[in-house]
Design a protein around this ligand. Structure first.
Ligand code: SF4
Length: 268
């Protein structure tokens, strides 16, 4: 593939040469248009990113990151970003890395993905400041969580991790993780200019969760009552998948949808 001026591309980066070569073999066998940059990286047309990533991941090959670029600023921008990354690591920036650890289809919409990624440090101290700067965020001081929406995506920040629900695909998720990291670092830098907010705008209680459960106390989930399930669900100790009546019985279809949305919003 020839790189054309002013067209958008993504560079996909691989963790080592074995993975890079494996990925390039997959792309060749599938007739994908790509440009070999090195054994560790390929460029693909931006609009093919979802299909290409899926082919690579389906071929049991690891991807370590991506880099969006326009040909005209390719070299300059590439080195600028590499330099910024090195500087972040050397200059004691607040949050250095977010590591993606779990990806699965969304429960409410299988075409979207949900994921869990971990911070390299505890961000509890910054949550009240983020609560002050993110419009519509919902802060829970007791649990040290902050929930907010970015367009259709639901984002939950904990002390050491972030969950995202309803991301379009893995690249979309990486973009969000980059944006969240930049927001956390910028907020930390401006901490002295921001009045922290401890307002808890929305608080979901166990009784509200109980209201959306079947309330039959059937024990199929292993709990003695639906209320016990609700309490454990809020603590992240029970999985919605364990409430079979809610998931399988047509009469609970509406409640199932609400609970799935709730689980995603809460990052459970
Ligand atoms: S499986 Fe569902 S309906 Fe049955 S006790 Fe547990 S929460 Fe209640």
């Amino acid at each position: 593939m020839e790189i054309e001026k002013d067209k958008k591309y993504e560079i996909i980066v691989f963790p080592n040469q074995d993975e890079g070569l494996k990925a390039q073999r997959i792309l060749i066998s599938r007739g994908e248009d790509f440009k070999h940059i090195s054994t560790l990286a390929v460029a693909i047309p931006e609009q093919r990113r979802q299909a290409v990533c899926r082919s690579i991941i389906d071929g049991n090959t690891l991807i370590s990151g991506y880099y969006p670029f326009l040909y005209r600023d390719y070299e300059e921008d590439f080195f600028k970003r590499a330099e910024a990354y090195r500087a972040d690591n050397a200059n004691g920036v607040f949050l250095k890395t977010i590591t993606l650890c779990y990806v699965a289809p969304c429960m409410a919409d299988e075409k979207k993905i949900r994921l869990i990624a971990y911070f390299n440090r505890d961000i509890t101290e910054i949550l009240p400041y983020l609560n002050a700067v993110i419009k519509g965020a919902s802060y829970n001081k007791g649990a040290s969580t902050l929930t907010f929406a970015k367009e259709r995506r639901l984002i939950n920040l904990y002390n050491l991790k972030i969950t995202i629900a309803k991301a379009d695909d893995i690249i979309d998720a990486w973009h969000i993780l980059d944006e969240v990291k930049a927001l956390i670092n910028k907020t930390h830098e401006r901490k002295t200019d921001i009045a922290p907010s401890y307002d808890e705008k929305i608080k979901v209680t166990a009784l509200q969760i109980y209201g959306w459960l079947p309330k039959t106390n059937c024990r199929a989930c292993g709990e003695a009552t639906c209320l016990a399930f609700a309490v454990k669900f809020l603590l992240g100790e029970q999985d919605l998948l364990n409430c079979k009546p809610l998931l399988e019985e047509a009469r609970f279809a509406e409640n199932k949808k609400i609970m799935q949305e709730m689980a995603e919003a809460l990052g459970i």
